[in-house]
Design a binder for this molecule. Sequence first.
Ligand code: ADP
Length: 399
Amino acid sequence: MRVLTLNCGSSSIKFQLRNMDAGKVLASGLVSRIGEDESAIETTSGGHSRTRALDIPAHGRGLELIVESLLDEEYGALTDVSEVAAVGHRVVHGGSCFTTSTLLTNGVIAKIEELAHLAPLHNPPILQGIRESVRLLPRTPQVAVFDTAFHAHMPAKAHVYALPYRLYAQSAVRRYGFHGISFASVAQRTDRLLGGRLAESKVIIAHLGNGASITAVDGGVSVDTSMGLTPIEGLVMGTRPGDVDPGVVLFLMRDLGLSVEEVDHLLNKESGLEGLSGVSNDMREVEAGASAGDERCRLALEVYAYRVKKYIGAYAAALGGLDVLVFTAGVGENDPAIRAAICEDLEFLGVRLDPKANDGARGTEREIGATEAPVRVLVVPTDEEGFIAEQTVAVVASL
Ligand code: ADP
């Protein structure tokens, strides 16, 4: 069975075609800078990679190019689109209505459309992708896999803000959490590494990518997570600040006269590593700046690691203990220095790294905790595409 996964961002589409029976990725790629000057499509298929700079004004054209590349006579992985048995879409926000992966019908698409106000940056491009995919593959079942679903069972004490209750009851203002596809994929893999003991374990998973969030997992269930109604809350990210006093927003608007759009841009695009360092949203560049003596880069790294450390402490308290700490995503998988800074002085919790193992873990699955330490510390690469594909197969099989 061949499954195509699509992950549409505001100006990009990540895709992967998998042969689920053989557990093999047949083709993958990225359409980038959609609607911008330097749009391009990168594809890898049959051991051959290529990048083409093309005019890609909208997601529809991007999807057409993906299908064309899959059908390419020389390097394509398909001879006919009908070979795609199902398409799985990453959908960022499922609100409270979608707590599991769901077959996309017109009714479901309309419901996701209604939720667009909860994720104004994320859901609209995804909806465009879904519509175009339905147009290009009209007879192929399409499935939505939600980033919020893994957090659907967070208890009320973790997901309700202490705001006037009517905002929760009438306007669905609550904490939802994101990166659920990544957390679910990492939790699944962690279960295997624990020999099937996730159900009895207290685990904290830190997804440290360009976006970043951290989740407390008790017995396999997300019981708290750092992102909230939107992905702004929580950890320091590439361009988002994570937790800030909401009074800062009032100050920006009332005293500095910023408009809603300006505050939105400031919180989503100008803050985090980028805003603190003034150098980049990319961890590698901030680290290079700090090594070269740039004080703001050094401060950015310190604030970043301190925030993750604070959440680990908070979640160990929320869980009433800690068995396993897991690092994943770009920074979490590849950056021994940040992992070391986060874990420094956490021995009182039972967290102690094996410096050599930590240093050797770069993009690979690895145990990085000291063998005699009470808490296991793992690096587990995330496989969001793999999880979307598995969920898609499960939904189609249940039809
Ligand atoms: P996204 O949220 O876009 O999926 P990723 O999970 O790919 O992001 O993570 C991107 C982040 O990972 C960037 O800040 C990048 O600098 C960081 N990163 C990637 N490789 C390394 C590395 N070798 N060392 C440190 N940071 C890295």
